[in-house]
Design a binder for this molecule. Structure first.
Ligand code: CU
Length: 105
């Protein structure tokens, strides 16, 4: 008797979670990034970073991240090893709190 009640409830829960990514308002999520700068694009203020896994949001890979602060972006050099915070909201993401682990000379 119990199982006939619990099973449909479990299916409904799974369906609800599956649809959650399509709902509009998502809270901003903050995750730590550790990686190395591979390229910089001044125009878009974007850094291409080879990074380790970021929360459960993304596996280790190399990709581009917009840097929020002009001042922080201006100090970055290709080859810098950095830590930063990834600010994730829906499909959008950007970096803040960028810190160099070893300043390239
Ligand atoms: Cu990625």
């Amino acid at each position: 008797m119990k199982q006939t009640i619990l099973l449909p409830a479990g299916i409904l829960l799974a369906l609800g979670l599956g649809c959650s990514s399509q709902k509009a308002p998502e809270p901003e999520k903050h995750c730590a990034l550790t990686g190395e700068i591979k390229a910089l694009d001044d125009k878009s203020q974007t850094a291409t970073i080879q990074h380790q896994a970021i929360c459960d949001w993304m596996d280790a890979m190399t990709m581009e991240y917009p840097v929020q602060s002009k001042e922080e972006f201006a100090q970055l050099k290709v080859g810098d090893k950095i830590t930063a915070t990834v600010n994730i909201k829906g499909m959008n993401y950007s970096l803040s709190g960028v810190h160099k682990q070893n300043a390239a000379k």
